[in-house]
Ligand binder design. Structure first.
Ligand SMILES: [Zn+2]
Ligand SMILES: [Zn+2]
Length: 609
């Protein structure tokens, strides 16, 4: 149980988060490849560890310093959309444990260390918490891009463990030396911040981690010298290149920044864009620098841009822009409309309901609009989608989408900006999909006995929202997921598994006790302790699958006694002598239970001395 430290321990490794520790503990207990099962035996959910939190319980099990482990384990702040990790505030979208990443050279270093100490590799090979932070693209020690897929089988190794081995059996270590590659400037800086090293000389030091990443990427986009009305979106490796370019621009900001702005301005003019700051610098002015707060970083960029604009005749010296005037930057209605990327009528309606247009304004009259408010409104529109967009993300029809929303699986974000129809956060919908397939292998073919989710729901007579809830809660497990874009249509399940979710399939506590051959009071305490299923409301709330899973994993002392041909009391004493770990027992549970695998081994040893 989670209260006492385990007898078999692993050395504490710096940089390892709680989920990494659990993978090593599982291997230490001869359960490599079963981190989730091992966690469950310890009364923990590995799945929720991967979502952040629970470091305290892991620290107790491992005998680690809870403060230190908490510091290097993720703590999600859902409302702030950030993750606290390594003392930094990281954007929620910048942190992910969906696909495990690792540095093959770091793991090879661990293996050498283990060899030197005469330990097996899995004792010291450990996950680093910054491998889960996407803005750290490459290893800050070895300079190689972090790996995401196994070189042998081409799949992600997932989290089942051990850390240094893919489920296909291949090693995740690098066979060759890193031959002195240097980490990229951004990786060096960002990983340094996460591990508590600050250069103390960088202009983005004063920003939070999330803001610093954003600032570097935007500076990198400026460095490309391209003009654009909207901020270009970046893929993973493009973003990494931009962060490095951003570091470069910061290092040489007197000349580098001016040179980059020269190019942007030239391209803006070549497009015969409108004069003025927006026509000349596009999103760089309108959507970014104009809205920066008045801190050191904001002031530096505003004054650099202002200097450039004045020197190139974009604005007259006396114009009160970019730190020059009160009231903040303003844009007119036409610019606002095009900036929202929609038709005039719809943009006006949204702006009006958002309280950004004075009453009675006529189309022909240009009116100043608060640029900062506009940016916020646009970002909110970008992050959310309507019911149709949600259906496209989930890959289901109208009725199914409605039931999924109705079941609270993808909550709407109230009414949209400016009071438009109900909207959904894109990230929340995608996160929901990912929770259904955590650790599920990608398959090109349906495994035997499986069907695609929609068909499986039909043949099992289970509504899609019930199936999704079951997958999310771990009551059933997907058997595979098709390659390509993730949607509900890509998920493979066994209809036989789904059948277990049918309402009429529940057991009462008394029925479960009978099936397990134990006292019903014991069943109640096992449920409370989390060893037997989940606590749900209702009388028939135990699932047959949960009871079966419990019976497979644990053995009551009465059964051990029967196998040994002795009394339960004597069997309990024998097990204690042989140090078989008690999974549950007095005083919290009126009967004693052992891990079945462990108990069985000892029963055999006693039976045939
Ligand atoms: Zn490395
Ligand atoms: Zn593999």
């Amino acid at each position: 149980m989670s209260a006492a430290p385990l007898a078999l321990r692993v050395p504490e490794m710096p940089g390892e988060p709680a989920h990494g520790t659990l993978m090593r503990l599982a291997a230490r207990h001869r359960r490599p490849g079963d981190a989730a099962g091992f966690a469950a035996d310890c009364g923990l959910s590995f799945r929720s560890l991967l979502r952040g939190g629970g470091a305290d319980a892991v620290a107790r099990l491992a005998g680690f310093d809870p403060l230190a482990l908490g510091q290097r384990s993720p703590l999600v702040d859902a409302s702030g959309r950030t993750v606290g990790l390594g003392g930094q505030r990281i954007a929620l979208g910048d942190w992910s444990t969906t696909n495990r990443r690792w540095c093959p050279h770091c793991l090879a270093d661990d293996a050498r260390l283990a060899l030197g100490r005469g330990l097996p590799t899995e004792r010291l090979a450990h996950h680093r918490f910054w491998w889960d932070v996407k803005s750290v693209f490459g290893c800050a020690v070895h300079g190689v891009p972090l790996a995401q897929t196994c070189a042998a089988c081409g799949r992600g190794p997932g989290w089942a463990g051990p850390v240094h081995r893919c489920p296909c059996g291949a090693s995740l270590l690098s066979a060759t030396e890193a031959d002195g590659r240097r980490p990229s400037p951004a990786d060096h800086y960002l990983a340094g911040r996460l591990t508590g090293i600050r250069s103390g000389t960088c202009l983005v030091d004063a920003l939070t981690y999330r803001e610093a990443v954003r600032a570097l990427e935007r500076l990198g986009l400026v460095a490309t010298g391209r003009w654009s009305a909207r901020k270009p979106r970046l893929g993973g490796s493009e973003a990494a290149a931009c962060r490095d370019a951003g570091m470069g621009l910061l290092a040489d900001r007197r000349h580098g920044l001016a040179r980059a702005l020269d190019q942007v301005l030239a391209e803006g003019r070549a497009r015969e864009g409108r004069p003025g700051l927006i026509g000349s610098y596009g999103w760089i002015y309108e959507l970014w620098i104009a809205n920066l707060p008045d801190d050191e970083f904001g002031r530096m960029l505003k004054s650099a841009l202002r200097e450039h604009a004045v020197a190139n005749g974009v604005i007259p010296e006396r114009e009160r822009a970019l730190g020059g005037g009160p009231g903040g930057p303003l844009v007119d209605l036409a610019t606002a409309t095009s900036s929202l990327g929609m038709g005039h009528a719809r943009a006006r309606a949204i702006l009006g309901r958002g309280g950004m247009l004075p009453d009675g304004i006529r189309r022909s009259v240009a009116f100043p609009i608060d640029g900062v408010g506009l940016t916020r409104l646009r970002e909110a529109l970008d992050r959310t989608t309507d019911a149709k967009g949600l259906r496209a993300i989930l890959g289901v029809g109208k009725a199914q989408a409605r039931r999924i929303v109705g079941a609270g699986l993808v909550p709407p974000v109230g009414s949209g900006p400016g009071g438009t129809a109900i909207r959904f956060e894109v990230a929340a919908a995608e996160r929901f999909l990912r929770t259904l397939i955590e650790g599920v292998p990608v398959r090109r073919k349906l495994p035997h006995g499986s069907a695609m989710l929609a068909g499986a729901c039909r043949s099992a007579g289970v509504p899609v929202e019930v199936a999704c809830t079951g997958l999310r809660e771990g009551d059933v497990r997907a058997t595979g997921v098709a390659p390509g874009r993730l949607s509900l249509a890509a998920i493979m399940v066994r209809p036989a598994d789904l059948r277990r979710l049918r309402k009429d399939d529940g057991l009462t506590v008394e029925e479960a006790a009978k099936a397990l051959g134990v006292h019903h009071e014991a069943v109640r305490s096992l449920r409370r302790s989390g060893l037997l299923g989940r606590v749900r409301p209702g009388r028939r709330s135990l699932r047959r699958g949960e009871v079966d899973a419990f019976a497979r994993r644990y053995m009551p002392a009465s059964e051990a006694a029967r196998l040994l041909g002795t009394s339960p009391k004597r069997a309990t004493r024998l097990m204690a002598e042989r140090q078989v770990a008690v999974a549950a027992g007095p005083p919290t549970c009126r009967q004693t239970f052992y891990l079945r695998a462990d108990a069985q081994r000892q029963v055999l040893a006693v039976a045939r001395p």
